[in-house]
Design a binder for this molecule. Sequence first.
Ligand code: ADP
Ligand code: MG
Length: 284
Amino acid sequence: MSFIEAKNLVHEYIMRDDEGNVEGVQVALDDMDLNVEKGQFIAVLGHNGSGKSTFAKHLNALLVPSEGTLFVDGMDTRDESKTFDIRQKAGMVFQNPDNQIIASVVQEDVGFGPENIGVESDEIWTRVENSLKAVGMWKYREHSPNKLSGGQKQRVAIAGVMAMEPECIVLDEPTAMLDPDGRKEVLEAIHKLNKEKGVTIILITHYMEEVVDADYVYVMDQGKVVMEGTPTGVFSQVETLKEYRLDVPQITLLAYELKQQGVPLRDGILTREEFVQEMDRICR
Ligand code: ADP
Ligand code: MG
């Protein structure tokens, strides 16, 4: 069994009026299949309203399946006796860092989670140090979070999750509120956690540029997985991506349009380096 395994996962939000009568049903996840192996960097891509956040909440058993199943490290999220263990496995990072930072000093904020679950104090400080170093925020340990940039705050929030030592971190649009520098810092930090610490990463985003280095990409639309594959495989399908209202990276689009004009470039070019290599190859 995979580390995370969603099978025919359905989520229905039931809307009720004041008397509790059902007013409507919103199907937010519709027969979703998805697998994540330990240590992978997975990206879930989709336009607003495609069901990404609903899926994220299932990974942490904040929501449970209306139909189908979701297993996290072999544990069924419907099994209430496993909720605590499931939440230890998968840490969550959300869009807005301001809602996730509670203490007035960076290192205390990072230590708050482990302290809350009764980790002893020497061990807390070791974890705080390791986590802040892993996201490049150690030198800010005595700063007030208020004075940090958005990208720095988000890295502190990630360190706070790291300090809980989860095997997996789920990030729900962690860069949506950041400027380009902040986005870059956060992405570098999560790639480093994945490569150097072996943390499984599930990155939820609507920025295609952020998924080029993922091991595997799922594209969602209207609660369904509509495309999946390696970044190169998925990004080769420019027209399909446009149908799902996703912005293809500019370099991918440029290569695609040149190809349409007869330039013999390969499909699915994701980076400037790949583009330059291809141009070099065909110009020889
Ligand atoms: P995304 O994160 O991709 O933007 P969401 O998972 O937030 O998508 O939403 C998926 C669908 O479910 C949307 O149509 C949204 O309006 C609906 N939805 C989300 N949360 C609720 C809720 N609490 N009650 C009813 N409908 C909801
Ligand atoms: Mg969302």
